[in-house]
Design a protein around this ligand. Structure first.
Ligand code: SAH
Length: 266
């Protein structure tokens, strides 16, 4: 899906920008719309978690601006990135903002759209495959297998500065009674706290999986139980970017492991 959003009320358009979901890593998971937008860009502002292989679809003369923190550099402040995008759009450049996964699942896509539109820039948003979806599918597990789950919750494990973050106890109680799968983004560094809080409402035996670098050749995963989550992360040396999945659907991973050829995702 993609959507076009005009500038806020009464403003004349002062350029345009396309926010493109680059997917979880594997370039073959890009949408056709994403490939088209990347190929039409004269300047691309590229986020941290975007696989460089995706840039093969950019024009050879396109300007590529990395605004992430890979390679040990500090990430570019959000306000400065937005300033650069607005300036480029006003100069008439074909601006693409490439974001990992889906632009509107975490990653501050919503804020960028608001600020661009407030500056008179028309914005188009192109969906990408979000990491949580790709990570779980890569293990051959359906997020909402009807025998195990009625639904799924995408939740951040990283609280915004000044906020308490998700109410994990409430979430655990709801996930338990409503049979929901929890897909936790940015949760590895806070896994100990998340585990302790979730144990207030979910059994220690609840299956969990942690998937790092989903869809990339470097993908790896561990499986465990909620009661042993933090220890398993440490023992497995799991690090960011990883997705933590909590719920009975993960009980199926054992099956997937014994029949990998039958359940392999693309
Ligand atoms: N917009 C992105 C999420 C940005 S938040 C999306 O839709 O996927 C960044 C978090 O996403 C990471 O901390 C990690 O939890 C997750 N993530 C992104 N890419 C990943 C990948 N290839 N494998 C596992 N987790 C990933």
């Amino acid at each position: 899906m993609s959507t076009s959003l005009p500038p806020h009320n009464g403003q004349r358009t002062a350029g345009s920008c396309t926010l493109v979901g680059a997917g979880p890593g594997d370039p073959e998971l890009l949408t056709l719309k994403a490939v088209k937008a990347i190929g039409a860009a004269s300047v691309l502002f590229v986020d941290d978690l975007v696989n460089d292989a995706v840039l093969a679809y950019a024009r050879p003369d396109a300007r590529i601006v990395h605004v992430g923190k890979r390679g040990g550099c500090k990430s570019t402040p959000q306000a400065f990135i937005e300033k650069l995008m607005i300036a480029a759009a006003r100069e008439g450049e074909a601006v693409v903002r490439l974001k990992g996964g889906d632009p509107f699942i975490f990653g501050r896509g919503g804020e960028e759209v608001e600020h661009l539109r407030a500056a008179g820039i028309a914005v188009t948003v192109v969906n990408g495959i979000t990491a949580g979806l790709a990570a779980v599918t890569s293990l051959g597990v359906p997020l909402t297998h009807r025998q195990h789950a009625h639904g799924v919750v995408f939740v951040t494990g990283h609280a915004q500065p000044g906020s308490l973050g998700p109410d994990w106890r409430q979430l655990a109680a709801t996930a338990h009674s409503a049979r929901l799968t929890l897909v936790i983004y940015m949760g590895v560094s806070g896994a100990g706290h998340i585990q302790n809080e979730l144990l207030m409402g979910l059994p220690a035996s609840t299956p969990v999986a942690v998937i790092q670098n989903a869809s990339l050749p470097t993908q790896r995963h561990i499986t465990s139980t909620l009661g042993a989550l933090a220890d398993a992360i440490q023992a497995g040396g799991m690090a960011s970017p990883s997705i933590i999945v909590v719920g009975d659907v993960m009980a199926g991973v054992a099956l997937a492991a014994s029949h990998p050829e039958a359940v392999r995702a693309a």
